[in-house]
Unconditional design. Structure first.
Length: 277
């Protein structure tokens, strides 16, 4: 077997690295002044985001020289996100950077390995609360080593929904976000915002939330979440109810097909541009 496609080895190495970067993140104190704004004044990056992404990339490359990378911070500084058949690590070094800056303890490392355009490995790790969600394709989803599964809830009126306001100040997008919160909140059991797209998906996998939708996410926010939700028995589709497209910047993860359909029917759609690819 090509050693660069040995998924057991990839999984072993990445889990070790994720623990190392978790240590970096959890030992940094919140600092409301130390960040740079990217696409808007609420789209933030800190030195820690960059350090974590570099640490993961450098050490994965040492072990797997042929692997490719799509990292949030590299892409934010102009690199093109290109998904080929080569083994590719999709990395969000700190998902929930706004939370990280404020010390709201819901931020995580989100990392996935995609091979031949199929997501094989997903890890979402919140080191502040010691929550490590993991999944391998065909092998189930786990929280700190314990198997997890979605709630199987089918009705929106009994469902806890997680979504986000997002990191854009685009007036048209904000209008749609508000419209959807307004419509969904009167139909659902409850609505929550955790401040991290990846952790929102992890909550669906855990069965703690029943459905998550967001328009405006990026592939690094949802690649790991996709496989974790699927392996926990959930569905992941486009917000319109169609097929999930990782580069399209839209996601709807749910505990059941029925719930995914009911939510998608009630959402005003918005297509964030540009796509990730
Ligand atoms: C963001 C967070 C936020 C979500 C955005 C993401 P970042 O990621 O997950 O909750 O609404 O869509 O881009 O910038 O903290 O890595
Ligand atoms: Ca991030």
């Amino acid at each position: 077997m090509d050693p660069d496609r040995d998924l057991d080895k990839c999984n072993e190495i990445v889990l070790k690295l994720v623990n190392e970067v978790g240590e970096i993140i959890s030992t940094r104190s919140a600092n409301r002044k130390s960040f740079i704004c990217k696409s808007s004044d609420i789209d933030l990056v800190t030195e820690t985001d960059i350090e974590v992404e570099n640490h993961l990339k450098t050490n994965l490359l040492k072990k797997f020289p042929s692997h490719k990378f799509i990292g949030e911070e590299e892409c934010s500084s102009g690199q093109k996100a290109e998904l080929t058949d080569a083994p590719t690590w999709i990395i969000d070094p700190v998902d929930g950077t706004m939370n990280f800056v404020h010390g709201f303890p819901h931020s995580c490392i989100s990392i996935a390995l995609v091979v031949d355009k199929v997501i094989e490995i997903g890890i979402i790790y919140n080191p502040m609360l010691n929550q490590k969600f993991t999944a391998r394709r065909g092998r189930g989803a786990f929280l700190n080593g314990e198997k997890i599964s979605v709630s199987c809830e089918k009705e929106l009126k009994k469902a806890l929904v997680v979504s986000e306001f997002g990191t854009s100040r685009d007036a048209e997008k904000i209008k749609v976000v508000h419209e959807n919160f307004q419509r969904i909140s009167v139909l659902a059991h409850g609505v929550r915002c955790l401040g991290s797209a990846a952790l929102n998906m992890a909550m669906v996998a855990l069965g703690a939330a029943d459905v998550n939708y967001e328009m405006g996410i990026h592939c690094w926010d949802v690649a790991a979440g996709y496989i974790i939700v699927r392996e926990a028995g959930g569905v992941v589709v486009d917000t319109s109810g169609g097929d999930f497209d990782m580069m399209s910047r839209r996601v709807l993860a749910a505990s059941s097909e029925e719930l995914a359909k009911e939510v998608s029917r009630n959402l005003t759609q918005f297509q964030p541009l540009p796509r990730d690819d």
